[in-house]
Write a protein that binds this ligand. Structure first.
Ligand code: FRU
Length: 483
């Protein structure tokens, strides 16, 4: 690792930790840049999670795998970085990948990224193993896949590996020479020798309208009896309320043919409707739960007030996935309740064409549940992180004519602006569960039917919460916990 003096390191720590926007219960880098979650796994009872980490940010780029572990998915301890670029096949970063239990050994599969003397990209798929779950040894004959198959470019990365019927399978994100995003499936008996099976899905294949020039960070898994390909296409055009972020994240749901590698699928569905959500990774834990963690950031979007304090980005809280009506539902894991303190509760509050504030309901780190019901109302919602004059506010509201839930961060504070909307079919009831953490908000609508994950940068004094209704009456049950 690059050495820095003790004095510089102390100054850096003070700068980072003095930043109000540091999060209280989300994973973030101790210093520097965080992006994709990697290697998410429960191994011998403990959860291990890694993430793409550039400690030198914003000065230089060097990509490591940071490593944290937890017994409850809530309280994490930091271990030493698991992978640092040290070999010829990873000179420009240990890029994203996954983890498996290989005969009792925690094993990482990742992409070695190289920029050669001509400035051209080379990519190598590699493995590393650990006996103590902390120190990883790179395989002496790495890379285990050193060639990009014919017809594809060197945008070939992010191996996600799992076992099925006694064999190892790998989904890998890539691009055809015609610049269309694709996910390929590989198979291996021992994690060392890999054979390409075929294309799982791709932009312009099987009736998908053009869905981008590159597909990153694939996950291929079975959930409640359905096979799902979750991935991040780059180059998808916005379509109404959909695909409004710079890069997208969504899934295809269907049936995977393990012999041909093909997935028979339906429509592409965006996974999260907020401003910042990318490169999620899933794992199945020992209880059989399908867990997901995402990056609350978007590649190439670095306009954040935290950059001047030498850190950027965070991960989402851990979510549990289920399928309902052919759609992925996401909810925070049960363990999130460990964070709750000081419950405040209001039942059957009637809001009649007015705006109200309730005792004890305010803050910048909290969980809030609101169950709304109505007969006749035009619009109702919650104003979060407001200053007294509402010059600053983050709006979350439902419009009954449009039947849309709307997150508006135009006045949320520094840097970020814009609106995200999402249609919700339910007519007379709406449930909102949200998690505020200093500079992030994660919103779960109707018990996981839709989610919005976003960063906001309000002033620390902006802690008011208001509830309002326009054009009628709404009834709401409210629960609030400080975190
Ligand atoms: C996605 C991504 C991956 C790559 C990693 C590099 O954000 O571009 O495709 O492995 O980040 O940090």
């Amino acid at each position: 690792m690059t050495k820095i003096s003790i004095k510089t390191s102390r100054e850096l720590n003070e700068k980072v930790n003095g930043d109000y926007y540091r999060l209280k219960y989300h994973l973030m880098p101790s210093v520097g840049f965080l992006n994709d979650p990697n290697g998410f796994i429960q191994f011998n009872g403990e959860y291990h999670l890694f993430y793409q980490f550039n400690p030198l940010y914003p000065k230089d780029k060097m990509v490591y795998w940071a490593h944290v572990k937890s017994s409850d998915l809530i309280h994490w301890s930091m271990l030493s970085p698991a992978l640092c670029p040290s070999e010829w096949y990873e000179t420009h970063g240990c890029y994203s990948g996954s983890a498996v239990n290989n005969n009792g050994k925690l094993t990482l599969i990742y992409t070695g990224n190289v920029k050669n003397e001509l400035g051209k990209r080379e990519t190598y798929q590699c493995i590393a193993q650990s006996i103590d779950c902390e120190h990883f040894v790179k395989y002496k004959n790495n890379p285990v896949i050193s060639n990009v198959p014919k017809g594809y470019t060197t945008h070939f990365r992010d191996p996600k590996v799992w076992k099925y019927d006694g064999l190892w399978y790998m989904a890998i994100g890539t691009q055809t020479e015609k610049e269309e995003g694709v996910v390929l499936l590989y198979r291996s008996e021992d994690l060392l020798a890999w054979n390409k099976i075929g294309e799982v899905a791709g932009a312009n294949i099987n009736g998908l309208d053009y869905l981008g020039y590159m597909w990153e960070c694939p996950n291929l898994f079975n959930l409640d009896g359905k096979d799902i390909l979750l991935f991040c296409p780059q180059g998808v055009e916005p379509k109404g309320d959909l695909y409004n972020n710079r890069y997208q994240c969504g899934y295809l749901l269907g049936k995977l043919d393990y012999k041909t590698g093909k997935l028979a699928y339906g429509d592409f569905i965006e996974l999260d409707r907020g401003f910042e959500f990318y490169a999620p990774q899933v794992t199945q834990d020992e209880k059989g739960r399908l867990l997901l963690v995402g990056w609350m950031g978007i590649p190439e979007e670095e306009d954040s007030p935290t950059v001047k304090n030498n850190w950027l980005h965070c991960l989402t809280i851990i979510r549990e996935l289920h399928i309902k009506n052919n759609k992925i539902y996401q909810n925070p894991v049960e363990e999130i309740k460990l964070l709750r303190t000081n419950e405040t509760r209001y039942d059957n509050v009637l809001i009649n064409n007015e705006q109200i504030k309730l005792d004890n309901i305010y803050g910048d780190c909290f969980e809030l549940i609101c169950d709304f019901s109505w007969e006749n109302v035009l619009e109702f919602g919650i104003k979060l992180r407001c200053d007294d004059k509402e010059n600053e506010k983050t709006l979350l509201y439902y419009n009954t004519e449009e039947k849309k839930i709307i997150l508006d961060r135009c006045k949320s504070g520094l840097s970020k602006t814009g609106v995200r909307k999402c249609e919700i079919e339910k007519c007379k009831k709406l449930s909102i569960r949200l998690f505020m953490d200093k500079s992030s908000v994660e919103i779960f609508i109707n018990k996981g039917e839709e989610t919005f994950s976003s960063r906001i940068y309000p002033k620390k004094e902006s802690k008011n919460i208001f509830f309002y209704a326009k054009g009628g009456i709404v009834n709401v049950n409210i629960k609030h916990w400080n975190i």
